[in-house]
Structure formats: C-alpha cells, structure tokens
Design a protein around this ligand. Structure first.
Ligand code: C5P
Length: 404
C-alpha cells in the first residue's frame, strides 16, 4: 500500500505551461489512494480546465473564494487544517513571490498561509526568471520558512531556450511525497524530551542573567518529533516562539535549576532527550528580595555560583535504551570542544553549530550543523532551515541515512 493512501493532499496549480503535467501528478496521487483537493489560480485556468481536474479528483475544483452562482464560501482555514500535505506544481515566480511575502490575494496563497501541513513547491519558469535575484531570494525565503522546494530540472523550456526551469516530472514529485510520508511515523508511541531557549537567573525582582537563545531550534525539533508520532515534552526557558503542532506539551521554566527539576521528572519515560537549551552557566548566589538600588559611588558585586549541568546530569542517569543528544555552539576549536563535551556529558550525539558560519546559531531561521558521535563518526550538513535541520537530526538519531 502506498504511504499516500488515505492522505489528504491539496494540489495547487498555477499559471504555467507545465500545468498539463499536473494532470499526471493528480492521477498518480488518486491511484495511490490519496484524497486530492485541487486549488487552481485564476491564471492556472488559462492552461488547464477545471473539468479535467474535477473529473480526476472526484471533487469540485476550487479557484475563487466564492462559488459564483451559489455564493458558497470556500474556507481556506478548513482546507489548511484538512490537508496532510500541500503540493504546488507548477509554482510560478509570481505565486512563490506572493507566498514568500504572504500576499493572500487568491485562494491558493490564502490556503498556503493557513496550512499547518508540510508544503512542497515545484517551480517552473523560464531560465532567466529562475535565475533572477528576486526569484532566488523568494525561493531562499520559502526554504527558510520550511517549504520543501522540489528543484526544477535543466532541459528545454517552453520558450525553446535550454536551461534550469523545467518542472520536475510528475513521477519525481510523486516520489518526493511518497518518501516524505514513508519516513512517517517512526517515533510513534515514543516520548521525546527537548530543552529549549535560554534560562534566566534572577538577580533581583527586575533583573536577570540570560542569553540570546530564541528557542527556534528546540521548537523545530519538537514539531518534527511530533510529526513523526512522538509524545513530545519541551522544557522551555522564556521564549517568544510556540510549537506549531498543538500536541506538543510545553513546560515553562525560568532558571537552570527549574529546568533540571522538570527534566528529571520526564527523563525516565524518554526514549530520546535533546538538550537544545542555552543554559546559563552561572547564577547569582542569592536573589535580592527587592530591586538593587543604584548607588552613587559603589558598583554592586554579584556573586555567582555554578549552575547544574542538565545534560551531564541526565548523562549520568542514562539507561542503555535511551538516546541523549546535546548541542555545542562554538567559536573556536569547534570539533575538539564538541568531541570533548560528547565524552564529558556521556552523550550519544552532539550537534555542533559554529558561530563562525553565517546563518548558524542564535536567533536565525537557518542553521549549519555537524553531527558528532562517539568513535569519531562525523556528518557535516549544508546550511538549511531549522525545520530541515530538525529533520536531519532526527533522521540521524533514528538511523536513517542523512540527506547531506
Ligand atoms: O558545556 P556547554 O554549555 O557548551 O554544553 C552545551 C550542551 O549542554 C547543550 O546541549 C546544553 O543544552 C547542555 N547544557 C545543559 N546544562 C548546562 C549547560 C549546558 O544541559 N548547565
């Protein structure tokens, strides 16, 4: 049985010559047992008729917000929630630009903005449009937003020019979707514990020691693990991000000691524990009960104590059936420092991001990682969105061959 059987797929079609190939893609999806709802842009209808598409999908094709004769309103929110995946093929430069900027002026882009499911985009356009810095920028933006770009191939284009811009063949797009869903539920029934964000160590009621961690990497891991069927607990320091997946259980804490206490409650049940938090190394010995006043001549001295090392503490308690993963954010001697932490904290894997790499580390939407395992096993990955990095990390943990 195809992993697409029973899956709800929104197939978006935009105004490009390659729209005729979407008929084949639709047929493949339907044959695999997927429920397909076609959304076509007004321009798309110039290239292919809704009648063909509705006959093959067994559902009326949606194009406008309202059905002209009945006034029936199509809910982009419902569709966004219904979908297990959205695939836009062909995607024109204009549709991708709208998606990148959130311009919701048609049913397709509006549904994209409401979609919680993974989104796949197969661009198709002339080679010069494809190479234009605006298109390159928009595709990069979509990638950083977690959209899967199905790269166009090189070949003869509708303009008879030869170059990059030919939409991937329907069979290729179908395979990408099948692969995605067969990766599926490999963490079903497993508990995954993740620490995320910074810790705040109180100095007095209004001040703290903290750091710039945004929590984005930890929350991306949480969403990815939840998508694979895991029960996910995030023990999170103060952050602005939220999980996309409503099933993720977020436990909010502030200090390293609170984070450790919460982790120790969950760890015995955890199959995988990923320490993505940037835990403050030191905390004030005591917290002043009232706001420390500014003195005219004296500079206050704050005495610090060492915080507990959460990863190392769990490393000591770890059983043979548990996988403990740490992060290392380094500026120099990256590999040596990371390998040293892997040993010292009794980790099974450490994910190294170097602050030297542009786009890696705190606050960014992208990351560039190297994974180290005991025995000197090392895998380097290129710069990717934090969503894709989360997938690589979980693939590596679960023993799937990493996509490098
Ligand atoms: O020693 P360093 O802080 O560089 O180690 C980083 C790794 O250890 C990260 O996985 C981080 O979440 C974890 N860590 C921890 N508790 C600490 C310090 C670091 O869990 N007090």
């Amino acid at each position: 049985m195809s992993p697409l059987s029973g899956k709800n797929i929104v197939l978006g079609i935009t105004g490009g010559i390659a729209a005729y190939k979407s008929v084949t893609l639709l047929r493949l999806l339907v044959k695999a047992g997927a429920e397909v709802q076609v959304i076509i842009t007004p321009n798309g209808k110039e290239f292919i008729t809704p009648v063909t598409l509705s006959s093959l999908s067994g559902r009326p094709v949606i194009s406008e917000f309202f059905t002209a004769n009945t006034g029936e309103w199509h809910s982009h929110v419902d569709l966004g929630l219904w979908a297990d995946a959205m695939v836009i093929a062909p995607a024109t430069a204009s549709t991708m630009a709208k998606m990148a900027c959130g311009v919701a002026d048609n049913m397709l882009v509006t549904s994209y903005l409401s979609a919680r499911a993974p989104v796949f985009v197969a661009p198709a356009m002339d080679l010069d449009m494809m190479a234009h810095p605006a298109t390159v920028r928009n595709i990069d933006r979509l990638r950083a937003d977690g959209v899967h770009i199905i790269e166009p191939a090189e070949g003869e284009l509708a303009s008879h020019l030869v170059g990059k811009g030919r939409m991937e063949e329907p069979e290729g797009i179908f395979r990408v979707l099948e692969d995605y869903f067969s990766a599926g539920q490999d963490l079903a029934g497993k508990t995954v514990l993740i620490t995320a964000g910074p810790t705040y160590e109180r100095i007095d009621p209004v001040r703290f020691i903290g750091n710039y961690s945004s929590g984005k990497m930890g929350y991306a891991l949480a969403d990815e693990a939840a998508a694979r069927g895991a029960r996910v607990v995030v023990v999170s320091g103060p952050v602005a991000v939220r999980p996309e997946n409503p099933s993720v259980d977020v436990r909010h804490v502030e200090s390293a000691c609170e984070m450790l206490a919460e982790c120790e409650k969950v760890f015995p049940e955890a199959y995988i524990a990923i320490m993505a938090a940037a835990v403050a190394d030191y905390a004030p010995v005591s917290t002043a009960a009232s706001k420390i006043k500014r003195e005219r001549d004296e500079v206050p001295v704050i005495h610090l104590k060492k915080n507990p090392d959460i990863a190392a503490t769990l490393g000591q308690a770890k059983r043979g059936d548990q996988v403990l993963v740490g992060f290392a954010l380094e500026t120099d001697h990256e590999l040596d420092n990371a390998a040293d932490k892997l040993r010292r904290k009794n980790l099974d894997m450490i994910v190294l991001n170097s602050l030297r790499d542009a786009g890696a580390g705190f606050g960014t939407d992208t990351n560039k990682i190297t994974i180290l395992r005991p025995g000197g096993i090392r895998t380097e990955y290129p710069l990717k969105s934090k969503k894709e990095v989360a997938r690589d990390i979980l693939d590596n943990i679960t023993g799937k061959s990493p996509l490098v």
